[in-house]
Design a binder for this molecule. Structure first.
Ligand SMILES: Cc1cc2nc3c(=O)[nH]c(=O)nc-3n(C[C@H](O)[C@H](O)[C@H](O)COP(=O)(O)O)c2cc1C
Length: 180
């Protein structure tokens, strides 16, 4: 598939089969994804892979901090993402300089999009998610982040039986101003 074909065929998928995703293969893809532009080569990212018993333990530890009356709701919320066989958290260091931090967020977003396209090329399904709870101290602590790190996004990874149709986009022709 050409890059054009991969971009046009990728869709967000959230119904995965139980087939295990091998972290070794995902790390190989991340090694390509990091060839994204990033200002001053700060490479503002690291990755946390949650799968198998590590994923179950993470969910258990996170939910154990909630009171019984909130636990069930939180379980449903978190399982919307953590039902995937693998979740990859994209972790970014905070930057004291606001402009630098915006650049870093753009750079890690480029890595995430590269990653989605690489997953598409290799036949995986994926879904980029930024649920509200990724901002919580509890989530960050259970995930093992240091105080100067944030989760820029979560990517659900797995295999899908059938993919949805890509949603159409507005035409760039209608969105472009040309000064010539
Ligand atoms: C930064 C970012 C955050 C996103 N967060 C969520 C999310 O929290 N929940 C969700 O349902 N979709 C989320 N999405 C996925 C979009 O909803 C999805 O990409 C969009 O509907 C287009 O569909 P497609 O990916 O199938 O082309 C996010 C996408 C981006 C780029």
């Amino acid at each position: 598939m050409s890059v054009k074909e991969i971009i046009r065929s990728r869709v967000s998928s959230n119904k995965f089969t139980n087939t295990k995703v091998e972290s070794k293969q995902i790390i190989e893809l991340l090694d390509y994804a990091v060839y994204a532009p990033n200002h001053k080569m700060r490479e503002p990212w690291r990755f946390i892979i949650l799968e198998g018993s590590g994923r179950s333990l993470f969910i258990h530890r996170f939910l154990s901090e909630f009171k019984d009356d909130q636990k069930e709701d939180m379980k449903k919320t978190i399982e919307k993402v953590f039902q995937a066989p693998m979740v990859v958290a994209f972790v970014m260091p905070r930057n004291v300089n606001y402009a630098d931090e915006l650049e870093d967020l753009q750079a890690i977003s480029a890595v995430i999009q590269n990653f989605l396209l690489l997953l598409e090329e290799d036949g995986y399904g994926s879904f980029w998610k930024t649920p509200k709870y990724i901002e919580s101290d509890l989530f960050k602590e259970v995930l093992g982040l240091s105080t100067n790190e944030i989760v820029a996004g979560l990517v659900m990874v797995g295999f899908v039986e059938s993919k949805g149709q890509p949603k159409t986009r507005k035409s760039a022709n209608d969105l472009t101003t040309i000064y010539s």
